[in-house]
Design a protein around this ligand. Structure first.
Ligand code: Q0Z
Length: 286
C-alpha cells in the first residue's frame, strides 16, 4: 500500500493512515469460524462486505453521519474520516442469540435488561435491546450494563449512541426482513469528529458485524443457520476439528458455496448485481 502507513490489523481487515484526517479500511477475503481465521480465503468476501457497509452508510445518512468518504476502484477499500472512537461496542439485539441467549438462560437478563420468562433460543425480543460491550484486551468483548456504559462515555453521549443504535437497527432490520434476511443482532462503532459530532464508523450491517439468518427457515427454539457461514461451520464440524488454531483448509465446493451465499446476501440487500458493483463500486451509493 504505497503512501499509507499501516496503523492496525483486525481479524480480517487492515487499517492504513492516508493523512492526518483520513484512514483507509481494507477488507480481505479471509474468513473466521469459531473465532479462528482459516487458511483458505473466500474470493470476493472483502468486496461484498465493503459494498454492503457502504450501501448502509448511504442509506442511513439521514439518521446519523458516517465516516465514509469514498470507495476505491478495487471495491474492498474504504477511504474514511479519522474519528476519535468511543470505547464502546454498540450491540443491538432483536433476537435471543449468542451471549444474549446464554446470559438470559443463566440470569433472566441481558446486560441488565430484565426479560419475560419462557423465551426460547433465537426468539424475537419484545423490542430490540441496546446491549453494549467493551473491547476486552484479550479474547472476547465484555458485556456491560447501562451504568458501566455511562461511566465510560458519560450519560449524554451514552443516551445518544443508544438512541442512534436502536434507530439504525430498526431501519436496517426492517429493510433486510423485506428481502428475506433476519438481522438478529449487530455491532456498531461510533466516534466523534473534530467538532465533537457523533459519527458512525467502522463497518455497518455486514455478516461479519451482525448475525444474518435466512428468514425462510427461521424457527424459534432452534439454532438458526448462519446465512453466510453455515457451509463452513458444517464442514468444520464434519471434520471433528477441536476449534483450536490452526483451522482446516476448505475444499473448493465449500469455498464456492460460501462465496455464493455472501454474494446472495449482497444482491438481496442492495438490489445491485455484484458484477455491477465489481465494475463500479459507486453503484451501491446511489
Ligand atoms: C477502526 C479496526 C480494521 C483494525 C480504529 N474512522 C475511524 N477513525 C478512527 N479509528 C477507526 C476508524 Cl474506522 C478505527 N478500528 C477497528 C479496523 C483493522 C481495527 F480494519 N480501529
Amino acid at each position: 500500500m504505497p503512501d499509507a502507513v499501516h496503523v492496525g490489523s483486525g481479524k480480517v481487515r487492515e487499517l492504513y493512515e492516508l493523512d492526518e484526517t483520513r484512514l483507509l479500511l481494507v477488507a480481505s477475503d479471509r474468513i473466521s469460524t469459531f473465532d479462528v481465521i482459516l487458511p483458505t480465503e473466500i474470493p470476493d468476501k472483502g468486496r461484498v462486505l465493503t459494498g454492503l457497509s457502504a450501501f448502509w452508510f448511504a442509506r442511513t445518512r439521514d439518521l446519523v453521519r458516517n465516516h465514509l468518504l469514498a470507495l476505491r476502484d478495487d471495491g474492498r477499500s474504504t477511504e474514511c474520516r479519522r474519528l476519535e472512537m468511543l470505547p464502546l461496542e454498540c450491540v443491538v439485539r432483536g433476537y435471543l442469540a449468542g451471549s444474549g441467549w446464554k446470559d438470559y438462560r443463566a440470569t433472566g437478563e441481558v446486560c441488565g435488561h430484565r426479560l419475560p420468562t419462557g423465551l426460547v433460543e433465537s426468539q424475537q425480543l419484545p423490542s430490540a435491546l441496546f446491549t453494549p460491550s467493551t473491547k476486552a484486551t484479550e479474547g472476547h468483548d465484555e458485556n456491560i450494563d447501562r451504568d458501566r456504559g455511562i461511566e465510560l462515555v458519560g450519560a449524554d453521549l451514552y443516551e445518544r449512541v443508544e438512541r442512534t443504535s436502536l434507530a439504525l437497527y430498526e431501519f436496517a432490520s426492517r429493510l433486510a426482513r423485506e428481502r428475506g434476511i433476519i438481522l438478529a443482532d449487530t455491532k456498531l462503532e461510533f466516534g466523534l469528529d473534530d467538532e465533537g459530532e457523533l459519527v458512525l464508523g467502522d463497518e455497518a450491517f455486514t455478516p461479519d458485524s451482525s448475525r444474518f439468518w435466512p428468514a425462510d427457515v427461521y424457527t424459534p427454539g432452534t439454532t438458526p443457520p448462519s446465512f453466510d457461514k453455515q457451509p463452513v461451520r458444517d464442514y468444520c464440524e464434519s471434520l471433528g476439528w477441536d476449534k483450536l488454531p490452526p483451522g482446516p483448509e476448505l475444499p473448493p465446493d465449500v469455498v464456492e458455496g460460501t462465496r455464493a451465499r455472501y454474494i446472495e446476501a449482497f444482491e438481496r440487500l442492495t438490489g445491485c448485481a455484484f458484477a455491477d458493483y465489481a465494475a463500479d463500486p459507486n453503484t451501491v451509493l446511489s
